[in-house]
Design a protein around this ligand. Structure first.
Ligand code: FE
Length: 304
């Protein structure tokens, strides 16, 4: 028996986490070495490239060979099939174009079902439920790790996007059930006012962010992953420096998510951020004009 739409409570169909992403890369070998040898993720071969594991999910990142060197798609999780249908009704009411993914498309993502749409900047967006969890295949890091990647109820991490229309992006991600808004006010020496927006959908302080002034050549600015151990962050910093990988923002601590982190270039010319000890979403909104310390810009040209 299917539950009538009006009996489905709206918040129950909100997105609950950043579940997976797909990226297109021109240099598969460089990316494999980077994701496993620097960050410590586990790689497994796939039809078009390889996939990366951070935990017991079948995979969290799909890496395929193409010339975009940019984000390919973003997958947002909802609780179950009811939540997916609730979201479909919500999108329909809001006039947002979408379609249900086929069984083959769900198989390809290793999920039970999904919707396919695009966010206001044109990034392929998927809303899915039921990821494949491989408890029989424990996570095996690509380099020794003291701890793990912080995922679980925090989701995969966070992404910072280029969004030419900030208001449209905010409306779209709020429609998906995310909350939040401006958390920093930066007044640049050239008079430019930057007011980046940070949105949350679970315990992680922010999962999606974007802001005017951060427009780069890519649709994605950076992806952030979090370790449970400071030692893994320190080892990553050592490896980045040993390999001569450009550091885009030095080690520092953000005021909003509280995480100690640094930013470094990836083989596609955009940025990964690795962090540790992020805090949960605060109960009430607040904003900042600077970080606790650090995060000075080092390598330039990355839109950060
Ligand atoms: Fe970040």
């Amino acid at each position: 028996m299917s539950v009538p739409a009006q009996l489905r409570s709206e918040p129950a169909s909100n997105v609950t986490e950043l579940g997976y992403v797909g990226i297109g890369v021109s240099d598969l070998a460089a990316w494999r070495a980077y994701a496993t040898g620097v960050a410590g993720m586990e790689a497994r071969d796939s039809r078009d490239g390889f996939q990366l594991r951070l935990d017991t999910w079948h995979h969290r990142i799909d890496v395929r060979q193409d010339a975009s060197d940019d984000i390919g798609f973003i997958g947002w999780r909802v609780r179950d099939q009811d939540a997916l249908e609730g979201m479909a009704e919500r999108l329909e009411r809001a006039g947002v174009a979408f379609r249900h993914g086929t069984e083959e498309e769900a198989e390809e993502r290793c999920v039970l079902g999904l919707l396919k749409l695009a966010d206001p900047s044109g990034v392929a967006t998927e809303i899915f439920f039921g990821p494949e969890i491989e408890n029989h295949r424990p996570f095996h890091p690509g380099r020794p790790l003291h701890g793990k990647f912080l995922t679980g109820e925090h989701g995969l991490g966070h992404c910072f996007m280029t969004q030419p229309d900030q208001d449209a992006a905010l409306a779209f991600y709020r429609l998906l059930g995310m909350r939040g808004g401006v958390e920093y006010k930066f007044d640049r020496p050239n008079g430019e006012k930057r007011r980046p927006i940070f949105l949350n959908c679970n315990r992680r302080q922010h999962t999606m962010s974007f802001g005017r002034g951060y427009e780069g050549k890519k649709r994605i600015n950076h992806l952030m992953f979090e370790y449970t151990s400071l030692d893994d962050l320190g080892m990553a910093l050592d490896i980045v420096q040993e390999k001569g990988i450009p550091i885009v923002r030095r080690l520092g601590r953000h005021s909003n998510d509280g995480a100690v982190s640094f930013y470094f270039g990836n083989p596609s010319g955009w940025v990964w951020e690795l962090g540790w000890n992020g805090r949960d979403v605060p109960a009430q909104a607040e904003y900042y004009r600077g970080d606790y310390y650090g995060h000075q810009t080092d390598a330039t040209g990355y839109g950060l």
